[in-house]
Design a protein around this ligand. Structure first.
Ligand code: ADP
Length: 702
């Protein structure tokens, strides 16, 4: 009789068990080959070495596409200092470290990078509950069990900093794209500097490693900022040479008056005459322009003969849902020979769109600009800088020699400024001041910043925060202020949410619906070009419009959309409502409801869709608008005898934007949520309010 022996553990099994986990080699072999070809690959050991021992700060400068964002976190996760450790902090035993955070200025970059890196490592996102890579962006989180590399937007890291000033879960923070110099990245740099300079007691003595990465670094400024005498070691610097093929740059001979027309011509000229493969990347200013261009291209494509190769149009902008972005990163789908990606400046350095040989640059970008004298922020399409133009051109030469068509003249190019000012110098600093205050730093002027905004705009922000109830009379942060800093919406919207949950207003679900529509995209309604289209659609849109203005119109739209059971896409098509934006709005609504439940602002979960549509009564609408005034009371205007509107604060003349439901209508006084400057000073998202409500809220009686 042969007795069976219990199976012995093979030697290799034991070895596998005892050996440290090697993540680098476990990934997809076909991707490993392309990873090894990246310029950064040969610097792997140097990068690891420069963060060992007492070296805590590394600055990496390398062109877009050299592999910084995808490879650096993978190089570092197996380093000995990257393990989770149990330590004593005061009288508690806590875990410190184990994860790497990598920040991105934009959602699109955070999500696509997480998806790419998870595939490289071999634990693709969404395929299992476990994995080494996750992401966290506003209104969307995907953090599998076992996540070691977390891509997150700068705003999300700031929120984590408010909850945990020592960033205990992380062994390292990688700050990517610092050259963009967003307000948030400047704040992160300041907080990280405080952690580096601090006594590490809050981290149980475990240091935090910091890697700063940039495509076009102002090296001295960053090094100088992180390099004060009292840091234990100096900032290491590593430069990586990228790979770049020559790009043939073509300017127009005359200034272009109609960008859309010039763009359309150029795209089809390339498509019909330039060899395949070779995708097109066009830089436009924003969602509205991209959607208009997409419609034009698709309409024109439909008129072409059936033997003309098919062109796939992929929009790419920050507000786009994650699924909708994916097309831009894949090879053109079956049935299409070429794709054209219509992108905002997110495709400049943030994300790499593979396959591009042709770039079309409209020469403009939408930037937030703060008009200090008006005390408000506006979104402006402005000429880009030379540095941006060069980055855009570079996108054509990533995979082979390329061509870049600039829709402006070479004289215009020569007149561009060299680089953009950091956002903190041209932006509203309301959010920044609130974040600093919420971290318990009472004297904002003492906070370390690479560039300090002018005192006037800081003062304006302090006054505004006081109006919102975020600061007490002595300037210290209030409980309301702390809550506002943690909401994933800007402080005025946060204030409206808080007010809506008070019994006197009691309209939280409605306010959530409205804020969801506003934050989901630039506009839920398509702008209608022709008179004919307008007439046809107005018939359907009539049921959405409310005489009180845009806020109530948003509410009706969301409620009717959510009440629609059968064919939501068809419902949107008839009314020329943007389906994509509405889907995103529903998602944001869900997230905001979740937050309000957690914060106990909502007593119970709202009933599921579809719910029958019940129009809000005029009395209810009045309460809702008064509630909005709690956040936007400083943005009101009164009708002047000559039928113009004059702002209550600052006494500036403004006009109601054509996209508003109140365009061309006269109301005694209005509240607006946004202010834009194009040819003239326009206000958007406008509602009719009563003058005595404004007085009430400004006197603190609201
Ligand atoms: P950097 O941070 O230096 O700009 P990345 O690490 O973002 O460089 O990108 C390195 C390379 O990885 C890119 O050139 C591209 O080939 C590839 N890559 C990055 N993201 C994606 C993606 N989402 N899909 C396909 N390839 C990608």
């Amino acid at each position: 009789k042969i007795e069976s022996e219990p199976p012995k553990k093979s030697e290799s099994d034991t070895r596998k068990k005892n050996a440290p986990k090697q993540h680098i080699s476990s990934g997809d072999p076909s991707l490993l080959k392309s990873r090894k070809a990246l310029p950064i690959w040969t610097h792997q050991n140097e990068i690891k070495a420069s963060l060992r021992d007492d070296n805590d700060v590394l600055l990496i400068v390398g062109e877009t596409g050299s592999g910084k964002s995808t490879q650096v976190p993978q190089f570092l996760i197996d380093e000995p200092w990257c393990r989770k450790k149990k330590v004593r902090v005061q009288s508690d035993t806590v875990n410190v470290g184990g994860m790497i955070a990598i920040t991105q200025p934009r959602r699109v970059a955070a999500t696509t990078l997480a998806s790419r890196v998870s595939r490289e490592i071999g634990t693709p996102l969404g395929t299992s509950r476990e994995g080494l890579v996750g992401y966290s962006v506003r209104f969307e989180h995907n953090i599998p069990k076992g996540t070691k590399i977390k891509f997150l937007t700068e705003g999300m890291l700031l929120q984590e900093l408010l909850r945990d000033p020592n960033l205990r879960q992380y062994s390292a923070v990688i700050v990517d794209e610092i050259h963009e110099r967003s307000v948030d990245v400047d704040l992160i740099a300041g907080f990280l500097k405080q952690i580096l300079l601090g006594d590490k007691a809050g981290r149980g003595g475990i240091p935090l490693k910091v890697v700063i990465m940039s495509a076009t670094a102002d090296v001295e400024k960053i090094q100088g900022f992180f390099n004060p005498e009292n840091l234990t070691s100096s900032v290491q610097l590593l430069r990586i040479k990228g790979r770049q093929y020559p790009v043939d740059i073509k300017h127009t001979t005359k200034p272009v008056s109609d960008i859309q027309e010039a763009l359309l011509k150029r795209i089809f000229d390339i498509h019909m005459h330039e060899p395949l493969p070779g995708d097109i990347l066009a830089f436009l200013t924003g969602q509205e322009e991209i959607e208009a261009a997409q419609r034009l291209i698709e309409e024109y494509s439909a008129t072409l003969a059936s033997d003309v190769p098919k062109l796939l149009v992929c929009p790419l902008y920050g507000q786009l849902s994650i699924q909708a972005q994916q097309d831009a990163f894949q090879p053109a789908k079956k049935g299409f020979t070429r794709k054209v990606v219509l992108a905002t400046n997110i495709a400049e350095t943030s994300v790499t769109v593979p396959g591009v040989r042709y770039v079309i640059d409209c020469g403009k970008a939408k930037v937030k600009q703060f008009r200090s004298q008006l005390g408000m922020e506006s979104l402006l399409a402005k000429a880009i800088s030379k540095s941006s133009a060069i980055q855009r051109t570079g996108r054509a030469g990533r995979e082979g020699p390329g061509k870049c068509y600039r829709l402006y003249t070479s004289e215009t190019y020569d007149s561009l400024r060299d680089a953009d000012l950091p956002e903190i110098l041209r932006n509203d600093v309301l959010g920044a001041v609130l974040t600093i205050k919420a971290r318990g730093i009472n004297n904002v002027l003492s906070f370390p910043l690479m560039d300090f905004p002018d005192l006037e705009s800081v003062e304006k922000a302090l006054i505004q925060l006081h109006f919102l109830g975020a600061l007490a009379d002595d300037g210290s942060i209030t409980e309301t202020g702390k809550k506002l800093a943690l909401f994933p919406v800007s402080a005025p919207y946060g204030r409206v949410l808080l007010a809506a949950s008070e019994p006197q207003y009691d309209c939280l679900l409605e306010v959530i619906d409205i804020i969801a529509c506003i934050t989901a995209g630039e506009n839920i309604f398509y702008q209608l070009q022709s008179e004919e289209a307008r007439e046809e659609v107005e018939e359907y849109r009539k049921e959405l419009y409310r005489r009180e203005g845009d806020i109530l119109t948003y509410l009706t739209t969301m409620q009717r959309y959510a009440a629609e059971n059968a064919d939501r896409t068809g419902w949107c098509r008839k009314r020329k409502v943007n389906t994509r934006t509405m889907k995103q709005a529903l998602n944001i609504r869900k997230q905001l409801r979740g937050i309000c439940l957690k914060e106990k602002m909502l007593a119970e979960p709202p009933p599921p869709d579809p719910q029958p549509f019940v129009p809000m009564s005029p009395e209810g609408a009045a309460q809702l608008l008064r509630c909005f005034l709690r956040g936007f009371g400083t943005r009101c205007a009164l009708l002047a005898p000559d039928s113009s509107y004059v702002t209550v604060q600052g006494k500036h003349v403004v006009a109601v934007h054509p996209s508003s439901a109140l365009h061309g209508r006269k109301r005694e006084s209005i509240m607006f949520l946004e202010h834009v400057f194009t040819q003239r000073s326009y206000v958007k998202k406008v509602s009719a309010v009563q003058a005595d409500w404004i007085v009430e809220v400004m006197e603190g009686r609201g």
